[in-house]
Design a binder for this molecule. Structure first.
Ligand code: B12
Ligand code: SF4
Length: 476
Protein backbone atom coordinates (compact mmCIF):
# COMPACT_ATOMS: atom_id res chain seq x y z
CA UNK A 1 0.00 0.00 0.00
CA UNK A 2 1.11 3.55 -0.66
CA UNK A 3 0.98 6.28 1.97
CA UNK A 4 1.93 9.87 1.41
CA UNK A 5 2.92 11.76 4.58
CA UNK A 6 2.92 15.53 4.78
CA UNK A 7 4.47 17.60 7.56
CA UNK A 8 4.53 21.34 7.38
CA UNK A 9 6.03 24.59 8.54
CA UNK A 10 3.49 27.04 7.17
CA UNK A 11 4.10 30.67 7.89
CA UNK A 12 7.83 30.20 7.98
CA UNK A 13 7.94 29.92 4.21
CA UNK A 14 11.62 29.37 3.97
CA UNK A 15 12.11 28.98 0.25
CA UNK A 16 15.84 28.75 0.57
CA UNK A 17 16.28 25.53 2.52
CA UNK A 18 17.26 22.43 0.64
CA UNK A 19 16.39 19.60 2.96
CA UNK A 20 13.37 18.89 5.03
CA UNK A 21 12.90 18.46 8.73
CA UNK A 22 13.59 15.22 10.54
CA UNK A 23 10.59 14.00 12.49
CA UNK A 24 11.04 11.24 15.07
CA UNK A 25 7.50 9.91 14.80
CA UNK A 26 7.48 9.76 11.00
CA UNK A 27 10.95 8.19 10.91
CA UNK A 28 9.59 5.36 13.03
CA UNK A 29 6.43 4.98 10.96
CA UNK A 30 8.50 4.94 7.77
CA UNK A 31 10.73 2.08 8.84
CA UNK A 32 7.80 0.02 10.19
CA UNK A 33 5.80 0.47 7.01
CA UNK A 34 8.75 -0.34 4.78
CA UNK A 35 9.42 -3.48 6.80
CA UNK A 36 5.83 -4.55 6.14
CA UNK A 37 6.27 -4.03 2.42
CA UNK A 38 4.35 -0.76 2.14
CA UNK A 39 5.55 2.28 0.24
CA UNK A 40 5.66 5.45 2.35
CA UNK A 41 6.61 8.81 0.86
CA UNK A 42 7.10 12.19 2.43
CA UNK A 43 6.66 15.82 1.61
CA UNK A 44 7.83 18.67 3.83
CA UNK A 45 5.71 21.71 3.02
CA UNK A 46 7.40 24.93 4.00
CA UNK A 47 7.07 27.27 1.04
CA UNK A 48 4.14 28.53 -1.01
CA UNK A 49 6.07 27.81 -4.15
CA UNK A 50 5.86 24.06 -3.41
CA UNK A 51 2.07 23.88 -3.77
CA UNK A 52 1.93 22.73 -7.37
CA UNK A 53 4.83 20.35 -6.86
CA UNK A 54 2.99 18.74 -3.94
CA UNK A 55 -0.22 18.33 -5.93
CA UNK A 56 1.64 16.90 -8.93
CA UNK A 57 3.45 14.42 -6.68
CA UNK A 58 0.23 13.21 -5.07
CA UNK A 59 -1.39 12.76 -8.51
CA UNK A 60 1.60 10.91 -9.84
CA UNK A 61 2.17 8.72 -6.73
CA UNK A 62 -1.56 8.01 -6.35
CA UNK A 63 -1.40 7.00 -2.67
CA UNK A 64 -3.92 4.83 -0.82
CA UNK A 65 -3.76 7.28 2.11
CA UNK A 66 -2.60 10.85 2.51
CA UNK A 67 -1.38 11.35 6.09
CA UNK A 68 -0.86 14.70 7.82
CA UNK A 69 1.15 15.06 10.98
CA UNK A 70 -0.45 17.93 12.89
CA UNK A 71 0.78 20.32 15.58
CA UNK A 72 -1.59 23.04 16.69
CA UNK A 73 0.12 25.93 14.91
CA UNK A 74 -0.17 24.09 11.58
CA UNK A 75 -3.80 23.09 11.81
CA UNK A 76 -5.44 26.22 10.30
CA UNK A 77 -3.16 25.92 7.26
CA UNK A 78 -3.45 22.14 6.95
CA UNK A 79 -7.24 22.48 6.85
CA UNK A 80 -6.97 24.64 3.78
CA UNK A 81 -4.47 22.30 2.20
CA UNK A 82 -6.71 19.28 2.88
CA UNK A 83 -9.60 21.07 1.18
CA UNK A 84 -7.50 21.67 -1.92
CA UNK A 85 -6.15 18.12 -2.01
CA UNK A 86 -9.66 16.69 -1.72
CA UNK A 87 -10.57 18.45 -4.99
CA UNK A 88 -8.52 15.93 -6.95
CA UNK A 89 -7.71 13.10 -4.52
CA UNK A 90 -10.38 10.49 -3.78
CA UNK A 91 -8.64 8.45 -1.04
CA UNK A 92 -8.78 9.11 2.71
CA UNK A 93 -6.84 11.86 4.45
CA UNK A 94 -5.85 10.68 7.94
CA UNK A 95 -4.25 12.89 10.60
CA UNK A 96 -1.92 11.96 13.45
CA UNK A 97 0.49 13.76 15.79
CA UNK A 98 0.14 15.87 18.95
CA UNK A 99 -2.74 18.17 18.03
CA UNK A 100 -4.76 15.51 16.22
CA UNK A 101 -4.40 13.27 19.29
CA UNK A 102 -5.32 16.02 21.75
CA UNK A 103 -8.26 17.33 19.75
CA UNK A 104 -9.56 14.48 17.57
CA UNK A 105 -13.09 15.92 17.56
CA UNK A 106 -11.93 19.17 16.00
CA UNK A 107 -9.61 17.57 13.44
CA UNK A 108 -11.84 14.68 12.35
CA UNK A 109 -14.79 17.07 12.40
CA UNK A 110 -13.36 19.03 9.50
CA UNK A 111 -15.08 17.96 6.31
CA UNK A 112 -11.95 17.20 4.26
CA UNK A 113 -10.40 14.98 6.94
CA UNK A 114 -11.57 11.36 7.01
CA UNK A 115 -10.19 10.25 10.37
CA UNK A 116 -7.72 10.85 13.15
CA UNK A 117 -5.32 8.17 14.22
CA UNK A 118 -4.75 9.14 17.84
CA UNK A 119 -1.76 8.33 20.05
CA UNK A 120 1.01 5.96 19.08
CA UNK A 121 0.87 5.34 15.35
CA UNK A 122 2.79 2.18 14.45
CA UNK A 123 0.31 -0.56 15.40
CA UNK A 124 -2.77 1.35 14.39
CA UNK A 125 -1.53 2.45 10.98
CA UNK A 126 -0.40 -1.09 10.13
CA UNK A 127 -3.91 -2.23 10.98
CA UNK A 128 -5.50 0.38 8.72
CA UNK A 129 -3.27 -0.66 5.83
CA UNK A 130 -3.81 -4.37 6.44
CA UNK A 131 -7.57 -3.89 6.35
CA UNK A 132 -7.33 -1.79 3.19
CA UNK A 133 -5.10 -4.37 1.56
CA UNK A 134 -7.62 -7.09 2.34
CA UNK A 135 -10.35 -4.95 0.80
CA UNK A 136 -12.09 -4.61 4.19
CA UNK A 137 -13.48 -1.52 5.90
CA UNK A 138 -10.48 0.17 7.51
CA UNK A 139 -12.68 2.12 9.93
CA UNK A 140 -12.50 -0.73 12.45
CA UNK A 141 -8.75 -0.20 13.09
CA UNK A 142 -7.67 0.62 16.64
CA UNK A 143 -6.95 4.22 17.74
CA UNK A 144 -9.17 5.62 15.00
CA UNK A 145 -11.47 8.55 15.67
CA UNK A 146 -13.94 9.54 12.98
CA UNK A 147 -17.47 10.71 12.36
CA UNK A 148 -19.75 8.07 10.88
CA UNK A 149 -20.80 9.30 7.44
CA UNK A 150 -24.40 8.09 7.80
CA UNK A 151 -25.30 8.87 11.40
CA UNK A 152 -22.82 11.72 11.91
CA UNK A 153 -21.98 10.06 15.23
CA UNK A 154 -18.45 10.28 16.64
CA UNK A 155 -16.74 6.90 16.73
CA UNK A 156 -13.70 6.36 18.94
CA UNK A 157 -12.20 2.90 18.49
CA UNK A 158 -10.35 1.18 21.36
CA UNK A 159 -6.66 1.93 21.73
CA UNK A 160 -4.05 -0.66 20.80
CA UNK A 161 -1.77 -1.60 23.71
CA UNK A 162 1.26 0.66 23.92
CA UNK A 163 4.39 -0.82 22.40
CA UNK A 164 5.90 -2.20 25.56
CA UNK A 165 9.21 -3.21 24.10
CA UNK A 166 10.33 -0.31 21.93
CA UNK A 167 13.21 -2.44 20.64
CA UNK A 168 10.66 -4.47 18.72
CA UNK A 169 10.49 -1.48 16.37
CA UNK A 170 12.95 -1.40 13.50
CA UNK A 171 15.59 1.33 13.61
CA UNK A 172 14.04 4.63 12.54
CA UNK A 173 14.53 5.59 8.93
CA UNK A 174 16.96 8.49 9.36
CA UNK A 175 16.91 9.17 5.62
CA UNK A 176 13.20 9.49 5.06
CA UNK A 177 13.09 13.28 5.03
CA UNK A 178 16.03 13.95 2.81
CA UNK A 179 14.46 13.32 -0.57
CA UNK A 180 17.35 14.13 -2.85
CA UNK A 181 20.15 14.33 -0.26
CA UNK A 182 21.99 11.40 1.24
CA UNK A 183 22.23 11.26 5.02
CA UNK A 184 26.01 11.38 4.89
CA UNK A 185 25.92 14.69 3.07
CA UNK A 186 23.24 15.90 5.46
CA UNK A 187 25.50 15.22 8.44
CA UNK A 188 28.39 16.99 6.78
CA UNK A 189 26.50 20.02 5.58
CA UNK A 190 25.76 22.07 8.64
CA UNK A 191 23.80 24.64 6.69
CA UNK A 192 21.25 22.04 5.71
CA UNK A 193 20.29 21.16 9.26
CA UNK A 194 17.05 22.71 10.26
CA UNK A 195 15.95 23.16 13.83
CA UNK A 196 18.68 21.34 15.67
CA UNK A 197 21.95 19.48 15.39
CA UNK A 198 22.09 15.74 15.12
CA UNK A 199 19.35 14.73 17.54
CA UNK A 200 18.17 11.49 19.11
CA UNK A 201 15.18 10.63 21.23
CA UNK A 202 15.10 7.23 22.91
CA UNK A 203 12.03 7.39 25.11
CA UNK A 204 8.30 7.87 24.87
CA UNK A 205 5.98 9.42 27.42
CA UNK A 206 6.50 11.66 30.44
CA UNK A 207 5.31 10.81 33.95
CA UNK A 208 5.10 14.41 35.18
CA UNK A 209 1.91 16.38 35.15
CA UNK A 210 2.82 19.96 34.20
CA UNK A 211 -0.47 21.71 33.57
CA UNK A 212 0.68 23.69 30.51
CA UNK A 213 2.28 20.79 28.66
CA UNK A 214 0.79 18.57 25.97
CA UNK A 215 2.94 15.60 26.96
CA UNK A 216 1.23 15.43 30.34
CA UNK A 217 -2.16 15.39 28.67
CA UNK A 218 -1.10 12.98 25.94
CA UNK A 219 0.29 10.59 28.56
CA UNK A 220 -2.93 10.85 30.55
CA UNK A 221 -5.07 10.15 27.51
CA UNK A 222 -3.03 7.51 25.75
CA UNK A 223 -0.57 5.90 28.17
CA UNK A 224 -3.20 4.56 30.52
CA UNK A 225 -1.39 4.99 33.77
CA UNK A 226 2.13 4.10 32.58
CA UNK A 227 4.26 5.84 35.21
CA UNK A 228 7.66 5.87 33.59
CA UNK A 229 8.61 6.74 30.06
CA UNK A 230 9.40 3.71 27.94
CA UNK A 231 13.02 3.61 26.82
CA UNK A 232 14.72 1.66 24.08
CA UNK A 233 17.40 -0.60 25.56
CA UNK A 234 20.87 0.96 25.85
CA UNK A 235 22.15 -1.47 23.19
CA UNK A 236 19.48 -0.40 20.72
CA UNK A 237 20.26 3.29 21.36
CA UNK A 238 24.00 2.80 20.88
CA UNK A 239 23.40 0.86 17.70
CA UNK A 240 21.11 3.62 16.41
CA UNK A 241 23.77 6.24 17.06
CA UNK A 242 26.43 4.06 15.42
CA UNK A 243 24.33 3.46 12.32
CA UNK A 244 23.42 7.13 12.04
CA UNK A 245 26.90 8.53 12.32
CA UNK A 246 28.54 5.82 10.26
CA UNK A 247 32.08 6.77 9.47
CA UNK A 248 31.42 10.50 9.56
CA UNK A 249 33.36 12.79 11.79
CA UNK A 250 30.82 15.00 13.54
CA UNK A 251 31.60 18.68 13.71
CA UNK A 252 29.03 19.53 16.32
CA UNK A 253 27.82 17.87 19.51
CA UNK A 254 24.89 15.49 19.57
CA UNK A 255 21.68 16.42 21.34
CA UNK A 256 19.44 14.00 23.23
CA UNK A 257 15.90 15.35 23.13
CA UNK A 258 14.28 13.03 25.66
CA UNK A 259 12.01 14.98 27.98
CA UNK A 260 13.71 13.60 31.10
CA UNK A 261 16.90 11.94 29.89
CA UNK A 262 18.06 11.09 33.43
CA UNK A 263 14.82 9.75 34.88
CA UNK A 264 15.79 6.07 34.76
CA UNK A 265 19.15 5.75 36.51
CA UNK A 266 19.80 2.11 35.57
CA UNK A 267 19.11 2.81 31.95
CA UNK A 268 21.17 5.99 32.03
CA UNK A 269 24.29 4.44 33.53
CA UNK A 270 24.21 1.46 31.17
CA UNK A 271 23.73 3.77 28.19
CA UNK A 272 26.45 6.22 29.25
CA UNK A 273 28.98 3.48 29.81
CA UNK A 274 28.48 2.14 26.30
CA UNK A 275 28.38 5.64 24.84
CA UNK A 276 31.68 6.55 26.47
CA UNK A 277 33.33 3.41 25.12
CA UNK A 278 31.92 3.58 21.59
CA UNK A 279 31.62 7.28 20.83
CA UNK A 280 32.62 9.73 23.52
CA UNK A 281 31.25 12.53 21.34
CA UNK A 282 30.26 15.71 23.15
CA UNK A 283 26.54 15.91 23.82
CA UNK A 284 23.81 18.01 25.39
CA UNK A 285 20.64 16.72 27.04
CA UNK A 286 17.52 17.84 28.89
CA UNK A 287 16.08 16.80 32.20
CA UNK A 288 14.28 17.92 35.35
CA UNK A 289 16.21 19.07 38.40
CA UNK A 290 14.53 16.55 40.71
CA UNK A 291 15.68 13.56 38.67
CA UNK A 292 19.28 14.74 38.54
CA UNK A 293 21.75 14.09 41.37
CA UNK A 294 25.50 14.30 41.88
CA UNK A 295 26.13 10.72 40.77
CA UNK A 296 24.18 11.32 37.56
CA UNK A 297 25.92 14.61 36.85
CA UNK A 298 29.33 12.98 37.34
CA UNK A 299 28.45 10.16 34.96
CA UNK A 300 27.13 12.64 32.38
CA UNK A 301 30.27 14.74 32.55
CA UNK A 302 32.52 11.70 32.31
CA UNK A 303 30.68 10.53 29.19
CA UNK A 304 30.98 13.75 27.19
CA UNK A 305 28.01 15.80 28.31
CA UNK A 306 28.85 19.49 28.16
CA UNK A 307 25.43 20.99 28.75
CA UNK A 308 22.18 20.12 30.46
CA UNK A 309 18.95 22.06 30.05
CA UNK A 310 16.67 22.14 33.08
CA UNK A 311 13.43 24.03 33.35
CA UNK A 312 13.02 26.53 36.16
CA UNK A 313 9.75 27.79 34.68
CA UNK A 314 8.70 30.22 37.43
CA UNK A 315 10.61 31.61 40.39
CA UNK A 316 7.35 32.18 42.21
CA UNK A 317 6.30 29.17 44.30
CA UNK A 318 2.57 29.66 43.78
CA UNK A 319 2.85 29.97 39.99
CA UNK A 320 5.40 27.15 39.64
CA UNK A 321 3.77 24.63 41.92
CA UNK A 322 0.06 25.46 41.98
CA UNK A 323 -0.57 26.89 38.53
CA UNK A 324 2.07 25.11 36.49
CA UNK A 325 2.01 21.97 38.70
CA UNK A 326 5.79 21.58 38.58
CA UNK A 327 5.92 20.45 42.23
CA UNK A 328 9.54 21.26 42.89
CA UNK A 329 11.16 23.52 45.49
CA UNK A 330 13.47 26.42 44.69
CA UNK A 331 16.08 24.87 46.99
CA UNK A 332 16.21 21.71 44.89
CA UNK A 333 16.58 23.80 41.72
CA UNK A 334 19.46 25.84 43.19
CA UNK A 335 21.18 22.74 44.54
CA UNK A 336 21.07 20.86 41.21
CA UNK A 337 22.38 23.80 39.21
CA UNK A 338 25.13 24.33 41.77
CA UNK A 339 26.27 20.70 41.65
CA UNK A 340 26.26 20.74 37.86
CA UNK A 341 28.48 23.82 37.81
CA UNK A 342 30.83 22.39 40.43
CA UNK A 343 31.33 19.37 38.21
CA UNK A 344 32.11 21.56 35.22
CA UNK A 345 28.85 21.14 33.31
CA UNK A 346 27.20 24.04 31.56
CA UNK A 347 23.53 24.56 32.27
CA UNK A 348 20.65 26.15 30.42
CA UNK A 349 17.70 27.36 32.50
CA UNK A 350 14.33 27.53 30.75
CA UNK A 351 11.40 29.64 31.94
CA UNK A 352 7.82 30.32 31.01
CA UNK A 353 6.03 33.62 31.56
CA UNK A 354 2.55 34.98 30.94
CA UNK A 355 0.56 32.21 32.61
CA UNK A 356 -2.81 33.00 34.16
CA UNK A 357 -2.64 35.00 37.42
CA UNK A 358 1.04 35.87 37.01
CA UNK A 359 1.96 39.44 37.92
CA UNK A 360 4.88 41.60 36.89
CA UNK A 361 6.43 41.13 40.33
CA UNK A 362 6.23 37.36 39.97
CA UNK A 363 8.09 37.54 36.66
CA UNK A 364 10.72 39.69 38.33
CA UNK A 365 11.01 36.97 40.97
CA UNK A 366 11.64 34.44 38.18
CA UNK A 367 14.43 36.61 36.81
CA UNK A 368 16.02 36.69 40.25
CA UNK A 369 15.80 32.95 40.67
CA UNK A 370 17.25 32.31 37.20
CA UNK A 371 20.12 34.70 37.96
CA UNK A 372 20.70 33.02 41.31
CA UNK A 373 21.09 29.58 39.70
CA UNK A 374 24.14 31.02 37.87
CA UNK A 375 23.06 29.18 34.76
CA UNK A 376 25.34 29.91 31.80
CA UNK A 377 22.47 30.36 29.40
CA UNK A 378 18.77 30.92 29.75
CA UNK A 379 15.74 31.37 27.59
CA UNK A 380 12.10 32.14 28.08
CA UNK A 381 8.85 31.32 26.35
CA UNK A 382 5.47 32.97 26.63
CA UNK A 383 2.69 30.69 27.81
CA UNK A 384 0.73 29.23 24.90
CA UNK A 385 -2.58 27.61 25.82
CA UNK A 386 -2.36 24.32 23.91
CA UNK A 387 -5.85 22.96 23.40
CA UNK A 388 -6.66 20.04 25.66
CA UNK A 389 -4.17 20.94 28.40
CA UNK A 390 -5.18 21.69 31.98
CA UNK A 391 -3.92 25.27 31.92
CA UNK A 392 -5.64 26.02 28.62
CA UNK A 393 -8.90 24.82 30.15
CA UNK A 394 -8.30 27.00 33.20
CA UNK A 395 -7.57 30.04 31.01
CA UNK A 396 -10.83 29.43 29.17
CA UNK A 397 -12.77 28.98 32.39
CA UNK A 398 -11.40 32.28 33.68
CA UNK A 399 -12.62 33.94 30.50
CA UNK A 400 -9.15 35.06 29.46
CA UNK A 401 -9.45 36.06 25.84
CA UNK A 402 -7.58 33.86 23.43
CA UNK A 403 -5.35 35.55 20.94
CA UNK A 404 -4.14 32.52 19.08
CA UNK A 405 -2.67 34.00 15.99
CA UNK A 406 -0.61 31.42 14.23
CA UNK A 407 2.71 32.67 13.07
CA UNK A 408 4.42 29.29 12.94
CA UNK A 409 6.27 30.19 16.14
CA UNK A 410 4.45 29.50 19.33
CA UNK A 411 5.48 30.73 22.76
CA UNK A 412 6.80 33.98 21.27
CA UNK A 413 3.80 36.27 21.81
CA UNK A 414 1.03 36.61 24.40
CA UNK A 415 -1.82 34.27 23.53
CA UNK A 416 -4.07 35.00 26.49
CA UNK A 417 -5.45 38.24 27.77
CA UNK A 418 -3.78 38.76 31.12
CA UNK A 419 -5.47 40.89 33.71
CA UNK A 420 -2.27 41.33 35.68
CA UNK A 421 0.25 42.42 33.07
CA UNK A 422 0.04 44.21 29.74
CA UNK A 423 1.10 42.66 26.45
CA UNK A 424 3.81 45.26 26.02
CA UNK A 425 5.28 44.51 29.41
CA UNK A 426 5.26 40.80 28.66
CA UNK A 427 6.92 41.27 25.26
CA UNK A 428 9.50 43.48 26.91
CA UNK A 429 10.42 40.68 29.34
CA UNK A 430 10.47 38.17 26.50
CA UNK A 431 12.67 40.28 24.23
CA UNK A 432 15.15 41.28 26.93
CA UNK A 433 15.20 38.17 29.08
CA UNK A 434 18.94 37.47 29.00
CA UNK A 435 19.70 41.12 29.65
CA UNK A 436 17.42 41.21 32.69
CA UNK A 437 18.92 38.01 34.07
CA UNK A 438 22.43 39.31 33.47
CA UNK A 439 21.63 42.57 35.21
CA UNK A 440 20.76 40.65 38.38
CA UNK A 441 24.08 38.87 38.49
CA UNK A 442 26.99 39.93 40.61
CA UNK A 443 29.97 41.64 39.00
CA UNK A 444 32.15 38.52 39.51
CA UNK A 445 29.64 36.34 37.70
CA UNK A 446 29.28 38.79 34.83
CA UNK A 447 33.03 38.83 34.44
CA UNK A 448 33.25 35.01 34.47
CA UNK A 449 30.50 34.80 31.83
CA UNK A 450 32.32 37.32 29.64
CA UNK A 451 35.64 35.48 29.94
CA UNK A 452 33.94 32.16 29.19
CA UNK A 453 32.26 33.66 26.10
CA UNK A 454 35.53 35.10 24.80
CA UNK A 455 37.27 31.79 25.43
CA UNK A 456 34.56 29.82 23.64
CA UNK A 457 34.54 32.20 20.68
CA UNK A 458 38.29 31.99 20.27
CA UNK A 459 38.18 28.19 20.52
CA UNK A 460 35.49 28.11 17.85
CA UNK A 461 37.55 30.44 15.68
CA UNK A 462 40.68 28.29 16.05
CA UNK A 463 38.80 25.07 15.36
CA UNK A 464 37.12 26.60 12.29
CA UNK A 465 40.47 27.82 11.05
CA UNK A 466 42.15 24.44 11.56
CA UNK A 467 39.27 22.63 9.92
CA UNK A 468 39.26 24.77 6.85
CA UNK A 469 43.06 24.58 6.69
CA UNK A 470 43.37 20.79 6.99
CA UNK A 471 40.12 19.51 5.61
CA UNK A 472 39.40 21.89 2.80
CA UNK A 473 38.04 20.04 -0.23
CA UNK A 474 38.51 16.79 1.58
CA UNK A 475 35.58 14.53 2.26
CA UNK A 476 35.26 13.64 5.92
C1 B12 B 1 11.32 16.59 19.31
C2 B12 B 1 10.23 17.63 19.21
C3 B12 B 1 10.36 18.62 18.24
C4 B12 B 1 11.50 18.63 17.25
C5 B12 B 1 11.31 17.57 16.16
C6 B12 B 1 9.92 17.45 15.61
C7 B12 B 1 9.41 16.03 15.72
N1 B12 B 1 8.14 15.90 16.01
O1 B12 B 1 10.11 15.08 15.54
C8 B12 B 1 11.49 20.10 16.73
C9 B12 B 1 12.49 20.91 17.52
C10 B12 B 1 11.77 20.28 15.26
C11 B12 B 1 10.08 20.52 17.12
C12 B12 B 1 9.47 21.62 16.57
C13 B12 B 1 8.21 22.06 16.98
N2 B12 B 1 7.47 21.58 18.00
CO1 B12 B 1 7.91 19.97 18.96
N3 B12 B 1 8.21 18.51 20.07
C14 B12 B 1 9.13 17.61 20.09
C15 B12 B 1 8.88 16.62 21.23
C16 B12 B 1 9.81 16.99 22.39
C17 B12 B 1 9.06 15.15 20.90
C18 B12 B 1 8.24 14.65 19.70
C19 B12 B 1 8.57 13.22 19.45
O2 B12 B 1 9.56 12.92 18.86
N4 B12 B 1 7.80 12.26 19.96
C20 B12 B 1 8.06 10.84 19.79
C21 B12 B 1 7.41 10.34 18.50
C22 B12 B 1 7.64 8.85 18.36
O3 B12 B 1 6.04 10.58 18.62
P1 B12 B 1 5.20 11.57 17.66
O4 B12 B 1 6.05 12.55 17.02
O5 B12 B 1 4.04 12.05 18.42
O6 B12 B 1 4.67 10.56 16.52
C23 B12 B 1 3.86 9.41 16.79
C24 B12 B 1 2.35 9.67 16.79
O7 B12 B 1 1.99 10.99 17.11
C25 B12 B 1 1.90 9.25 15.42
N5 B12 B 1 1.92 10.20 14.32
C26 B12 B 1 2.58 11.35 14.20
N6 B12 B 1 2.32 11.90 13.00
C27 B12 B 1 1.49 11.09 12.35
C28 B12 B 1 0.88 11.20 11.10
C29 B12 B 1 0.02 10.19 10.68
C30 B12 B 1 -0.61 10.29 9.34
C31 B12 B 1 -0.26 9.08 11.52
C32 B12 B 1 -1.19 8.03 11.08
C33 B12 B 1 0.35 8.99 12.78
C34 B12 B 1 1.20 9.99 13.18
O8 B12 B 1 2.78 8.18 15.12
C35 B12 B 1 4.09 8.48 15.63
C36 B12 B 1 4.77 7.19 16.06
O9 B12 B 1 4.08 6.56 17.10
C37 B12 B 1 7.38 16.91 21.56
C38 B12 B 1 7.01 16.69 23.00
C39 B12 B 1 6.95 15.22 23.31
N7 B12 B 1 7.66 14.82 24.29
O10 B12 B 1 6.27 14.46 22.62
C40 B12 B 1 7.22 18.36 21.11
C41 B12 B 1 5.89 18.83 20.56
C42 B12 B 1 5.35 17.79 19.61
N8 B12 B 1 6.24 20.02 19.82
C43 B12 B 1 5.39 20.97 19.90
C44 B12 B 1 5.49 22.22 19.24
C45 B12 B 1 4.48 23.26 19.62
C46 B12 B 1 6.47 22.46 18.31
C47 B12 B 1 6.66 23.75 17.48
C48 B12 B 1 5.40 24.41 16.99
C49 B12 B 1 7.52 24.68 18.36
C50 B12 B 1 7.60 26.13 17.95
N9 B12 B 1 7.55 26.97 18.93
O11 B12 B 1 7.74 26.49 16.84
C51 B12 B 1 7.54 23.24 16.32
C52 B12 B 1 6.62 22.75 15.18
C53 B12 B 1 7.33 22.14 14.05
C54 B12 B 1 6.35 21.68 13.02
N10 B12 B 1 5.96 22.55 12.13
O12 B12 B 1 5.92 20.54 13.04
C55 B12 B 1 4.24 20.60 20.81
C56 B12 B 1 2.98 20.32 20.01
C57 B12 B 1 1.79 20.89 20.70
C58 B12 B 1 0.55 20.81 19.92
N11 B12 B 1 -0.55 20.69 20.62
O13 B12 B 1 0.50 20.89 18.75
C59 B12 B 1 4.84 19.37 21.59
C60 B12 B 1 3.82 18.32 22.02
C61 B12 B 1 5.55 19.95 22.85
C62 B12 B 1 4.66 20.70 23.79
N12 B12 B 1 4.71 21.99 23.77
O14 B12 B 1 3.93 20.17 24.58
N13 B12 B 1 9.55 19.68 18.06
S1 SF4 C 1 8.37 17.42 32.62
FE1 SF4 C 1 8.48 18.45 30.63
S2 SF4 C 1 7.63 16.99 29.16
FE2 SF4 C 1 7.06 16.26 31.22
S3 SF4 C 1 5.00 17.07 31.58
FE3 SF4 C 1 6.47 18.56 32.43
S4 SF4 C 1 6.92 20.04 30.78
FE4 SF4 C 1 5.92 18.23 29.89
Amino acid sequence: MKIYFISSDFALYRDNIVDSRYHFGLASLFSCLKEQGHQPRYFYYHAKSQRQLLFDEIKQFSPDIVGFTVVESQWPYLKELAKEIKRFYRGPIICGGAYASLCPEEVAGFSSIDAVLAGEGETALSQVLKLMQAGKDWHSACNLFYYDSESGRAVSNPLAPLIDNLDSLPFPDRNFHLQSLSYDSFIKDESSRVGFDLAFKFSRGCPFGCSYCCCAELSRKYSRGARLPRFHSPDYCLEEIGRTIGKNRLRKPIIFLDDAFTINKDWLFAFLEGYRRRFGIKFACRSRAEVVDKEILKALKKSGCYSITMSIESGNDYIRNEIMKRKISKEKIYATFKTAHKLGLETVGASLIGVPFETKEMIEETIEVVAKTNTQDCYVGIFYPYEGTELCNLAKKEGLLMNKKFSGRMRAYPAIESLQISKNELMNFYNNWRKYVMAKRSFALKLTALIRKCFRNSLEFISHFLRSFFWKNKNL
